[in-house]
Each structure stands twice: as structure tokens, then as C-alpha cells.
Write a protein that binds this ligand. Structure first.
Ligand code: 15L
Length: 264
């Protein structure tokens, strides 16, 4: 039977890395974004829909018939509170509510290390389900997304997996990412595992490769079938000096430094 996977924010950074890696025979990828999705050859296996994550009727329609939603849409870094509130928090609630109304059984939510960024680095791995300690309004929006996912699981039985992504880029771009990097191939492996896992319920997992310097637990992701194969260490030589002093202190690194956006 044909499987339908919806990706919100398909034109964004992670969406762009993920799309080609999730293409499969017998699977339709439905790509959602407010912007055009670059290089998406619409055809039998790819459908593109221009829709905002804040548009409930539009999302309800776009999610109809889907087996799972990978929710990446939203601001991916700090921003003004009103935009964070609308696009990230209201947007995630809208996606979950649309999934419920459309009968989509599973939502995978892109959370972030910045949901827990003000935790001290400490010794050893940060565990799964580390209590929220956001480092920005952006981090607050990820905490809210996890809370909404929990609510929609408990109220309506949706399977919701929140992935605290370390940083998913083609290659690591800063020294901190020698610990936090999620390679695009491992990101696809993780998503495949989360799509396939039988009845996961509500979970919070770290999205990270098996990096030599890894700060985050892989236990819960592995329990759901994820087997990472990449390690950022091979880029170590190129990243010397791209380092922030806050990387030594907090999980969120430099996100812990800027002033919050003051209201106008
Ligand atoms: C994130 O949550 C961001 O979405 C991404 O752009 C990176 O900044 C990443 O965290 C990071 O901490 O490297």
C-alpha cells in the first residue's frame, strides 16, 4: 500500500536535506511550505502544497490521507516573541489539531537542544527527557511544542515523537557541532525509524549522530530503532577555533548569550 508522508517546512534547511533521503518506492512525499520547495519535481511520488502551518483549514486539507507528519516548519533560530508565538507555538498546535481532525495517527516534531539549553554541560551525556530549561524564546517554543505533543497524545491517542535535534547541516559548522551534529543521513535514518516504530506513544528523543564527543543520550532513539552511522569527528581539523566560550558552560552554547528581544 502506498504510504503518504507529509513534511512541513519542506523548503527549509532540514527539509531540503531530508526530502531526497526519504524518497522511496511506494511512498508519496507531500511537501508543505509557505515558500516554493526548490528542486521538488512534482509527479507521482512528490506533491507540493503552499500552505502556512498557522492555517488550520489549509493544514487539515493538506494532511488528509497522510500516514505521518514530520513537522519541521517554523523559525529555526531566535526571533521576536510575536513571530515565535504565532509561527512556532500556534503553528505546532495547528499542525497537531489538523492531524487530529484529518485522522493522521503520527506526528514527528522537530524540537531542539535549545529546549534545554540553559542546563550546564556537566559530566557525561544529557539524558533523554531532560527537564525543560530553554535558552531563548525559540527554545520556549520547542518546550511548548513538546507539551502540545504530550497533550495531543494523552487526549487523542496520537503517536507523537519529539526530536531534540542537535544541529542538522550537510557538515558541522562550528566546534560545538562536533558534539551535537546530526548528519543528514542519520537524520533520515532517525525519521525512518520513527515512522516505522510500532505504537511509540509520546516520546522525546535526542537527534544526534554517534559523535565521538557526543553530549546527548542515544538510548531512547535507539530503543525506537535508530542506528546512527556517522561521527562528526572527521571534520575536527576544519573546525578548530570556531568555538564560543559558552559552549563549555551550557548545552545551548552561544544561544545562552544574547538579550531577549525587548517589546517595541
Ligand atoms: C537549532 O535548534 C537550530 O534550528 C539550528 O539552526 C542550529 O542553530 C542548532 O540549533 C544548533 O544549536 O547548532
Amino acid at each position: 500500500m502506498t504510504q503518504r508522508i507529509v513534511i512541513t517546512g519542506a523548503a527549509g534547511g532540514v527539509g531540503t536535506l531530508l526530502r531526497p533521503r526519504l524518497a522511496r518506492k511506494g511512498r508519496i512525499l507531500r511537501l508543505l511550505d509557505v515558500a516554493p520547495v526548490p528542486d521538488a519535481a512534482e509527479g507521482e511520488d512528490v506533491e507540493c502544497v503552499r500552505v502556512s502551518v498557522t492555517d488550520l483549514p489549509g493544514m487539515r486539507e493538506a494532511l488528509t490521507g497522510a500516514d505521518a507528519v514530520i513537522h519541521l516548519g517554523g523559525l529555526s533560530v531566535e526571533g521576536p516573541w510575536d513571530r515565535i508565538l504565532d509561527i512556532n507555538i500556534n503553528g505546532t498546535r495547528t499542525v497537531l489539531e489538523a492531524a487530529r481532525r484529518a485522522g493522521v495517527p503520527r506526528v514527528i516534531i522537530a524540537s531542539s537542544s535549545h529546549a534545554v539549553g540553559f542546563h550546564p554541560r556537566g559530566e557525561g551525556e544529557a539524558p533523554d527527557y531532560l527537564f525543560p530549561r530553554p535558552d531563548t524564546y525559540y527554545g520556549v517554543s520547542k518546550v511548548a511544542a513538546e507539551a502540545l505533543g504530550s497533550l495531543y497524545h494523552d487526549r487523542y491517542g496520537l503517536d507523537v515523537v519529539c526530536v531534540r535535534i542537535g544541529g542538522c547541516f550537510e557538515t558541522p559548522i562550528a566546534t560545538r557541532q562536533l558534539a551535537t551534529w546530526l548528519s543528514p543521513d542519520d537524520c533520515a535514518r532517525l525519521m525512518e525509524a520513527l515512522i516505522a516504530a510500532p505504537s511509540p506513544g509520546f516520546r522525546v528523543v535526542w537527534g544526534v549522530s554517534d559523535n565521538t564527543r557526543r553530549w546527548f543520550s542515544l538510548d531512547e532513539a535507539r530503543a525506537l530503532g535508530y542506528e546512527p552511522r556517522d561521527d562528526a569527528e572527521r571534520f575536527a581539523g576544519e573546525l578548530e577555533g570556531r568555538h564560543d566560550p559558552l559552549d563549555e558552560i551550557y548545552l545551548g552554547g552561544a544561544f545562552c548569550s544574547p538579550e531577549l528581544d525587548a517589546d517595541p
